[in-house]
Design a protein around this ligand. Structure first.
Ligand code: ADP
Ligand code: MG
Length: 258
């Protein structure tokens, strides 16, 4: 069991995010304790992807606090105008929170093995021999150990997504961030990815999971957050959220997705 006194991997307080005049996140609090799976659900446009991208600093935000393992993210300037020391912080946090996207985003000109090895070698400057051994282990773990030398285009969607998960794991991150990892897949391929995600949850990995798959959220989460128009409308353990939803909006959302 996770230690409740342990510093959370991610802690967000009163986060506000605007795109120009459009306020997309309107004061969100989110805590991802070590070893927990937190799922984010909600309609399209409710701000789930934006929240995930704010967590690993792919997006700046305008107000609120983000802590990574207790360390506050500093905001001196945005994007490339950031203070150089703060850019180092961004890189460090980003590499510790590996993201898996809906569209896999594998590099088409690299083999599966090269895809998995690329970032640990170029970003983390790890020893290629050691990285290769680890990459092969992770490919085997997600069930595509025999695809190391294949090109992404030769793999099914489910295999490509599993390669993307192996690539995220090979960074040995403190948490995994999934943005609708099964949405682009046919139902029969979806299950092979669901199995991998559940196995990672069972291993006690810290994960933030945006998903449209309520069964997956119910099965593997410790905590579920329902976002509505940039605010948390309701949150709680999956049994309560799915079994006994309190808000009218969540009830409507769940009956529409059932
Ligand atoms: P979700 O992932 O829940 O579908 P998003 O976080 O992608 O929602 O989007 C939330 C809102 O932010 C939507 O209204 C969307 O149109 C808007 N949005 C997302 N990205 C941008 C962007 N780069 N520029 C302007 N608006 C954006
Ligand atoms: Mg999204």
């Amino acid at each position: 069991m996770p230690d409740p006194t342990d510093t959370p991997v991610i802690e967000i307080r009163d986060l506000h995010k605007r795109y120009g005049p459009l306020e997309v996140l309107k004061g969100v609090d989110l805590v991802a304790p070590r070893g927990h799976v937190v799922s984010l659900i909600g309609s399209s446009g409710s701000g789930k992807s934006t929240l995930l991208r704010c967590c690993n600093l792919l997006e700046d935000s305008q107000q609120g606090e983000i802590r990574f393992e207790g360390e506050a993210v500093r905001w001196r300037g945005e994007g490339l105008a950031r203070h150089p020391a703060d850019r180092d912080q961004v890189t460090r946090i980003r590499t510790n929170l590996s993201m898996v996207f809906q569209q896999f985003n594998l590099w088409a000109h690299m083999t599966i093995l090269q895809n998995v090895m690329e970032a640990p070698i170029t970003v983390l400057k790890r020893d290629p021999k050691e990285v290769e051994a680890r990459a092969r282990e992770y490919l085997a773990k997600v069930g595509i150990g025999d695809k190391a030398d294949a090109w992404p285009a030769q793999l099914s969607g489910g295999q490509q997504q599993r390669a993307a998960i192996a690539r995220a794991l090979c960074m040995e991150p403190r948490a995994l961030l999934f943005d609708e990892p099964t949405s682009a897949l046919d139902p029969e391929l979806e299950q092979e990815v669901v199995k991998v995600i559940k196995a990672l949850a069972d291993e006690g990995r810290t994960m933030l999971l945006v998903t449209h798959d309520m069964k997956l959220a119910a099965d593997c989460s410790d905590h579920v957050v329902f976002l509505h128009q940039g605010r948390i409308e309701e949150e709680g353990p999956p049994a309560a959220l799915f079994g006994n939803p309190q808000s009218e909006r969540l009830r409507g959302f769940l009956s529409a997705t059932a």
